[in-house]
Design a protein around this ligand. Structure first.
Ligand SMILES: COc1nc(N)nc2c1ncn2[C@H]1C[C@H](O)[C@@H](COP(=O)(O)OP(=O)(O)OP(=O)(O)O)O1
Length: 180
């Protein structure tokens, strides 16, 4: 049975951790974009803000009156200097007690246009899909990346405790969207 916040019709892919799910809170919307090309994936090394010093996709907060797709395209351009035909790949609920829930719409593309350019926020870097730097990414990424890489749409929830600037993964649940 999927945890609160995820739809009931997901097919469980993996889950783990322990304890109760953290309580419901207000939601803030974010985006995250992953560009693939042949056997490689483009990640960005985050230079400031949430997730600093981790590799991640390119993205950020959805502004008022902006669709998540428009926000994803804007952030991809701002942070990596490129544009791409984005496909919705999945959603992630990132839950930390005492904070708004982050609802992250994750997009992918297999091509892009423009010149990949470092920004104030992100230093882009290509990785082989077989050599993704999970030890330097959000801990829950390793649990849903197989679905991103195999083009299976997913919904995930990951609950973390916060200790100062450190986020400690407590519990996660990943499901395949059976409507895809
Ligand atoms: C486990 O949680 C997360 N996992 C992954 N993979 N990515 C996450 C997680 N929590 C947040 N993110 C992503 C979502 C966004 O792409 C960024 C955070 O965006 P940021 O706060 O930097 O938003 P901006 O609008 O770019 O920030 P500025 O206001 O500084 O421009 O992390």
């Amino acid at each position: 049975m999927p945890p609160p916040g995820l739809s009931d019709d997901l097919q469980k892919f993996n889950a783990g951790g322990s304890g109760d799910w953290f309580p419901v809170a207000e939601i803030r919307y974010y985006t995250n974009v992953f560009i693939m090309y042949e056997d490689k994936i483009l990640l960005g090394y985050k230079k400031r803000g949430l997730g600093i010093h981790k590799y991640n996709g390119f993205g950020g907060k959805v502004e008022p009156d902006e669709s998540t797709l428009d926000a994803a395209l804007r952030e991809l351009k701002e942070e990596a200097g490129i544009t791409a035909p984005l496909i919705h790949a999945g959603t992630l609920l990132f839950v930390v007690p005492g904070q708004k829930w982050a609802h992250i719409d994750i997009f992918r593309a297999d091509e892009y246009t423009g010149t990949i350019t470092e920004s104030d926020e992100m230093r882009p870097e290509w990785f082989e899909k077989t050599n993704i730097p999970f030890d330097n990414m959000w801990d829950s990424d390793r649990h849903w990346f197989p679905l991103l890489l195999s083009n299976q749409r997913f919904s995930a929830r990951a609950d973390f405790d916060r200790e100062g600037e450190k986020y400690i993964q407590k519990k996660w649940w990943i499901g395949i969207d059976s409507k895809t």
